[in-house]
Write a new protein. Structure first.
Lengths: 711, 403
């Protein structure tokens, strides 16, 4: 048979054809691969010399999924349905074909990959490989039979869990659930698949009985199905908020799972189309693609990043210990420095504490942890031990003089190509770098707490940071599996300032008589992990106050501290750390703190403000308008310029609801004109914090959007 | 020994199972345990007992894998929301399962360890197909050495685990020609169709509303396999299914079915006290093992044992219910025991009515008791062949119950 395919390597031996999918980098099921598969299977089924087919992947993946870039821009429902129909035809032809097809799952098997594997008659997997239907994470559902074949193989309760959460399972679990029939060592996988093919050919296994569509022994009865789906709907409603795909998946189960799979596949395709053409899916697909591209800036294209093997961490506080955790866990050498033995001891204890969760959940054994520390972690009070470091990350006390002194000293110790990174969250980095002979080596690496868990890494270029320094840090971020968002130096950089603008708008509403509880629930319902009061109590009302002061100092009167903020700060209730803030945490359940409530009431009385009922949507609009406006100011000031990165930063760094796409995505859908209009109104009502940025005014006039492709 | 009576009997209609075309089974979207759960409260109500009076629950099923696994018999109790005080046992004697349940219940009451026992059986041969399919899907894994090692060759497991082949072998050994079997098949449909027309089954079938493949709901109150139009000529045209040049066809073998059955046993004393009029009195039970490659011969020694214990001869029996797993099983039993064929399966047999394996034992005994009542007879014997080479039999007597 034909062997000259672009993405399938074909070998025939002993009557068994082995199709090896080879579509780098991750073996996506791109359109041309599907076309070639259709052709190759057609030929194999026709050709007398081929009696069975083994389907496997080249490289690390079996198939990592469909190529989302090929479907994301489809705008016609008919075009999409036609594409899905063609895919289904290919899979159906395999499933109902005259010859056994064995999937030899050599690596990651996700989305369309798993759907293809489920259309085969037998599945052998290598140990530890992941199998899953992650479509909901992109706002989609499986579109090539996943919702109909998976329940047949593993039962509805299991399938429901996998498809509505998108979480993959390991081969071992898949064997238990009978999603795969056998596990074989990676180097003998194809051999095992050939053995299975022979079992079919010798009549020891039956093609008709093995076909997934013919298997209904795990399909639920009508009563079970109703009970399961009613329950799942309640559970999903509690978790899913704005996500629609999990509900569409439930619809696919409810309307499908007939004994005849064909109409169910068409129904699934329709539901897939509903998802793809939703804003939620567009947002999530956008985030997925932008996340892959994060940090790939034109300014560092072609620059070879310097290798980072040893990282010095200065200061073993909360941030420092989280960073050390991250480094050793990702296989880098970490040198933790602190001022004296006592501080060092505390730091080391802090690092250990970050592994408590892993130990408790048996993700690592105590022995392995000790071995890891022995191999990868050095602790010292001697700065000269940092001499070999490729990168230094400073997380000492937030005091410009202390930091500058430390950097000066290190400049004399470290190699000239070592990168100096500060984890400051507030101090101007350009100023910090000014004491160095080579300020180009300095950059900000703003980790979020806890550093080993939060995915975002805000990379801040100071005035003189070189492209080489930036390139090295972006590569470092990728190496430790962080999402690098590159911005320029400015007060609060991007994330802190953006979040302050968004959440900080709530004080104007409170001062206007809006119930703080109504604000909290409006923001939480919008999709944020918590409301402004809860966030303040967590980060510290005093900290927020000082940040606000800094903004006022550096950004001018627009950021003047609100008198109510001032009054609340003066209660001395700074949040959880002092036992009370907006809420009182001394009881089993937090309740509104009477002190703060009294301060707000006094303020309202003094200013003659009556309580004001404001719909949740209006509350969110005010806060969002403030956030959009601040983003426009930051673009104007050159803090940042890539809307996709700004949105990613808020999603990964501040928990902005991904399905909404981000602040600027929301803004584009809302429209610059109405936002500008609202801001003018709010400016009149609340003052200069809401004065529209020049850029936003221009956008409103010209009908432009933040994203170049529009809303 | 206490006397034990049948105080109640109820079953679902038997749908026709088609593992290859599941949607055509009227019960395709209803599990067997759900069928049983509908039956249990109703038989309790109709018998006139309180659920808390039940001392034991015995449920039989031949393929207790997948969704038919019953947690030792507790799942039907839970599904029917019966009191937790009812203990349960799951009984597997293959096609004799629910008759074996009756046997256990009989002994429990006779020996005065229980007073009221609820027996049941279920099987869904679409949702849980029998035999090889389950091997293929890894749901059952019979020991392969039985098939491969020389010391086991005499068991001939390839035949022993294929009911059709055992029937072929019995027909050959007993010298029973296909024509005779086809005649029996046609008779079965004719008698069952007539019994249905005359409303005989109405009193033993609980109508069940069941969701169909298209989402519609169907009230299932009649056996799906009984065919009015079956004639001997039509059966003669059918091809053998188990071996080339064989004699066993779909026309002289039972179909695949889904359904559930239930029966209440109690001491005669209690029935009298409660004023419950029994259907019949259990007289004796019998069970026997035979060569698994001719498992259809099982009813002969099993019936002999039961008759002997009851002190009866075959000729004393007024009506017989012999499970028509295959026509040849009935014909062989008639010949071996010297039975008058006119007294056998007078309302049709499993070839027409159906054979939902685990539910069959109770169906046979219950239908037999009702035949004694309707046709006016004293003694009855029900028996069944059992895959793996066994037979089970039960002798009952219709008495006057003067209360």
């Amino acid at each position: 048979m034909r062997t000259d395919y672009r993405s399938i390597r074909v070998e025939v031996a002993d009557g068994i054809a082995v199709f090896r999918i080879d579509n780098p980098p991750v073996n996506q099921l791109s359109e041309h691969v599907v076309r070639e598969l259709a052709d190759a299977f057609g030929a194999a089924f026709r050709e007398g010399s081929v009696r069975a087919v083994v389907l496997t992947g080249g490289g690390k993946n079996f198939i990592a999924g469909a190529d989302i870039t090929q479907i994301k821009d489809i705008r016609s429902r008919e075009t999409l349905l036609e594409l899905l129909r063609r895919n289904n035809q290919v899979l159906n032809a395999i499933e109902t074909g005259p010859k056994p097809v064995i999937a030899a799952i050599n690596g990651t098997c996700l989305g369309g990959g798993l759907e293809l594997a489920m259309a085969c008659h037998y599945r052998v997997a290598a140990p530890g490989v992941d199998l899953g239907q992650p479509e909901v994470q992109l706002g989609l559902i499986p579109g090539a039979g996943g919702t109909q074949r998976l329940p047949r193989l593993i039962g509805l309760p299991n399938a429901l869990d996998m498809i509505t959460t998108g979480k993959p399972i390991r081969a071992e679990k898949a064997l238990e659930r009978r999603l795969v029939d056998e596990i074989a060592p990676a180097d003998r996988l194809v051999e095992a698949a050939r053995r299975a093919a022979k079992a079919f050919l010798e009549g020891r296994m039956s093609l008709a009985l093995r076909a997934t569509r013919a298997r209904y022994e795990r399909l639920p009865s009508a009563a079970e199905k109703k009970a399961l789906l009613d329950f799942a709907r309640l559970m999903t409603a509690a978790k899913a908020k704005g996500y629609i795909a999990p509900f569409k998946a439930l619809d696919a189960f409810e309307r499908g799972l007939h004994f005849d799979i064909e109409p169910d596949l068409e129904m699934e395709a329709e539901l897939f189309a509903d998802c793809l053409f939703s804003d939620v899916a567009r947002n999530l697909i956008g985030i997925f693609l932008h996340t892959r591209a994060a940090g790939r800036l034109p300014r560092i294209e072609g620059i070879r990043p310097a290798p980072v093997r040893t990282v010095g961490v200065l200061g073993g506080g909360v941030m420092g210990s989280g960073i050390v955790h991250l480094l050793v866990n990702e296989g880098l050498q970490a040198v933790l420095w602190d001022i004296d033995e006592k501080a060092l001891e505390r730091g080391l204890a802090g690092v250990r504490a970050t592994f408590d969760y892993h130990l408790k959940n048996k993700k690592i054994t105590p022995e392995a942890l000790e071995a890891m520390f022995r191999e990868r972690l050095t602790v010292t009070t001697d700065l000269s031990r940092l001499k070999e470091a490729d990168l230094l990350i400073e997380a000492v006390v937030e005091d410009m003089a202390v930091k500058q002194k430390l950097w000066k000293e290190l400049e004399g110790i470290c190699r000239p190509q070592a990168v100096f990174a500060t984890n400051t969250s507030a101090l101007p980095i350009t100023e910090m770098a000014s004491v160095l002979a080579d300020p180009g080596r300095m950059i900000g690496l703003h980790f979020f707490n806890p550093a080993h868990r939060m995915q975002l890494l805000e990379v801040i270029c100071a005035g003189k940071t070189t492209d080489q320094t930036l390139a090295t840090c972006v590569a470092f971020a990728r190496a430790v599996r962080k999402i690098p968002i590159v911005v320029n130096d400015g007060p609060g950089f991007y994330v802190s300032r953006q979040l302050s603008a968004f959440m900080g708008a709530s004080i104007f509403l409170m001062a206007d008589g809006v119930d703080p509880a109504a604000i909290e629930s409006a923001v939480v319902d919008f999709g944020m992990p918590m409301g402004p009061a809860a966030l303040s109590d967590l980060t510290g009302i005093d900290i927020n106050y000082r940040v606000n002061r800094t903004f006022e100092m550096r950004l001018g009167p627009r950021w003047k501290v609100h008198p109510l903020t001032e009054a609340i700060y003066r209660t001395g209730c700074y949040g959880r750390k002092t036992g009370s803030g907006y809420m009182d945490y001394s009881g089993p359940q937090p309740v509104p703190n009477p002190k703060v409530t009294a301060v707000i009431q006094d303020y309202l009385k003094a200013h003659g403000v009556a309580p004001r009922r404001m719909p949740a949507s209006e509350i969110v609009d005010v806060m969002l308008a403030a956030a959009v406006n601040e983003a426009a100011y930051m673009i104007e000031e050159g803090i940042c310029d890539r809307p996709q990165d700004m949105d990613l930063a808020m999603i990964y760094g501040a928990g902005f609801p991904p399905w909404r796409g981000g602040i600027l995505r929301c803004a584009d859908r809302w429209g610059a004109r109405p936002i500008h209009g609202l801001l003018l109104e709010l400016e009149k009502r609340y003052g200069p914090r809401f004065t529209p940025a020049r850029r936003l005014t221009d956008m409103a006039r010209e009908g432009r959007t933040f994203y170049p492709e529009g809303a | 020994m206490k006397e034990v009576v049948i105080a109640g009997y109820l079953r679902t209609a038997l749908s026709r199972s088609r593992p290859n075309e599941p949607a055509r089974d009227w019960f395709c979207r209803t599990r067997a345990d759900e069928l049983l759960a509908k039956l249990l409260p109703e038989i309790i109500r109709r018998t006139g007992i309180e659920p808390r009076e039940i001392d034991d629950f015995l449920v039989g099923c031949a393929t207790a894998v997948g969704e038919q696994w019953a947690y030792g018999g507790r799942i039907p109790i839970f599904l029917a929301n019966l009191p937790e005080t009812i203990p349960a046992k799951f009984v597997d004697q293959q096609c004799g399962s629910s008759m074996a349940g009756l046997h256990i219940g009989f002994m429990e009451i006779a020996q005065d360890f229980a007073d009221v026992v609820l027996c049941a059986g279920y099987e869904h041969m679409t949702r849980v197909p029998m035999g090889l399919t389950n091997v293929e899907r890894g749901l059952i894994t019979p020991n392969t050495t039985l098939f491969l090692n020389p010391e086991y060759r005499h068991w001939d497991m390839m035949t022993s685990m294929n009911m059709g082949l055992t029937a072929e072998k019995l027909a050959q050994q007993a010298g029973i020609p296909r024509e005779e079997m086809d005649r029996w098949g046609a008779r079965s449909h004719e008698l069952a169709a007539r019994a249905r027309r005359e409303g005989f089954f109405r009193d033993e079938i609980l109508p069940i509303e069941a969701e169909q493949e298209d989402g519609s709901r169907l009230t299932v109150d009649t056996d799906q396999s009984i065919r009015e139009e079956t004639t001997l000529e039509s059966l003669r045209e059918l091809k053998p299914v188990f071996k080339k040049d064989g004699v066993i066809t779909p026309g002289n073998a039972s179909p695949l079915n889904a359904g559930a059955s239930a029966m209440v046993l109690m001491s005669k004393e209690t029935a009298r006290k409660k004023g419950i009029r029994p259907l019949a009195t259990l007289r004796a039970i019998g069970f026997a093992g035979v060569d698994p490659t001719i498992m259809g011969a099982g009813p002969v020694p099993a019936s002999r044992k039961a008759l002997e214990k009851a002190g009866l001869k075959p000729s004393d029996i007024d009506f017989w219910e012999i499970n028509e797993a295959f026509g040849v099983v009935v014909l062989n039993c008639i010949r071996e025991l010297g039975i008058d064929p006119a007294r056998v399966n007078v309302m049709g047999g499993a070839i027409a009515i159906g054979h939902a394996l685990g539910a069959t034992g109770i169906r046979l005994v219950g239908t037999l008791a009702r035949i004694l009542d309707v046709k006016g007879g004293r003694f009855g014997c029900a028996n069944a062949c059992v895959g793996g080479g066994q037979g089970v039999a039960t002798v009952i007597e219709k008495e006057d119950y003067p209360w």
